[in-house]
Design a protein around this ligand. Structure first.
Ligand SMILES: Nc1ncnc2c1ncn2[C@@H]1O[C@H](COP(=O)(O)OP(=O)(O)OP(=O)(O)O)[C@@H](O)[C@H]1O
Length: 219
């Protein structure tokens, strides 16, 4: 589904590159973790595969098409959903409206978008009364769950998530990871998670560790 071919990235000087010649393949129906020390470049890598930035070298292919020929905007709208560390919810809207707005932009094909969104919010413990409050009145962990539901409701084939369980208690974190697992395996999606948590990585089908500027397959 997703392939990186010889990609390299650096911010200011090429000599200070984060990585070079990265050739990785991510398949549909699998959940991946990316581990690595703070500052190693995990978030940067997610922004490349999410089409938010472009590599300095090499190319990224989604279903054998170069994402630059798909067009980054089309790629983000139709193919990939991103869960950001900082949630990036629209603060003046309710949780439900955040999800519905994303579904409308992505043109999610379901019979009743509101019912679908509420059902998915419910699955992660956000009931209708919470879902209709301004999202800024929700706790950090609740907002994180709204951001996760927003990405799942777009029904894109690729979901990338930056520390999606960083703000959640153990039980909620396990529930979210199980939900991701189910979505990957039963709906044939590809899910790529940046995480510091070994427990999360253990539940993934494959794990890459970013170390010494190289991605190593450790599981
Ligand atoms: N916009 C930027 N301009 C210059 N350098 C940057 C920029 N963003 C990140 N960096 C640097 O690039 C390196 C990789 O950052 P990145 O956020 O990708 O790491 P990370 O592995 O996700 O870290 P963490 O686990 O702490 O979130 C860091 O040294 C960071 O300081």
């Amino acid at each position: 589904m997703l392939k990186t071919q010889d990609i390299g990235y650096w911010y200011t000087n090429e000599q200070d590159y984060l990585y070079k010649n990265v050739d990785l393949t991510f398949d549909a129906g699998k959940m991946y973790a990316i581990l690595g020390a703070s500052g190693s470049g995990k978030t940067t890598f997610l922004s490349l595969i999410a089409g938010l930035d472009v590599p300095k070298e090499g190319s990224i292919y989604f279903n054998d098409k170069n994402v630059t020929s798909i067009g980054l905007r089309n790629y983000r709208k139709n193919d990939v959903s991103t869960i950001f560390q900082s949630y990036n919810l629209l603060p003046y809207m309710s949780a439900l409206d955040n999800v519905l707005t994303a579904m409308s932009i992505c043109q999610t094909q379901v019979n009743n978008r509101k019912e679908y969104a509420l059902e998915h919010l419910n699955k992660v413990g956000i009931d209708e009364s919470l879902a209709t409050k301004p999202v800024t009145q929700l706790s950090g962990g609740q907002q994180q769950r709204v951001a996760i539901v927003r990405s799942l409701c777009c029904n894109h084939d690729l979901i990338v998530a930056d520390e999606p369980t960083g703000n959640l208690d153990d039980q909620t974190s396990q529930d979210i990871v199980s939900l991701f697992q189910k979505v990957a395996h039963e709906q044939n999606k590809c899910i790529i998670i940046v995480t510091h948590e070994q427990d999360v990585a253990k539940k993934c089908d494959k794990v890459f560790e970013l170390k010494n500027k190289t991605f190593e397959l450790v599981k």
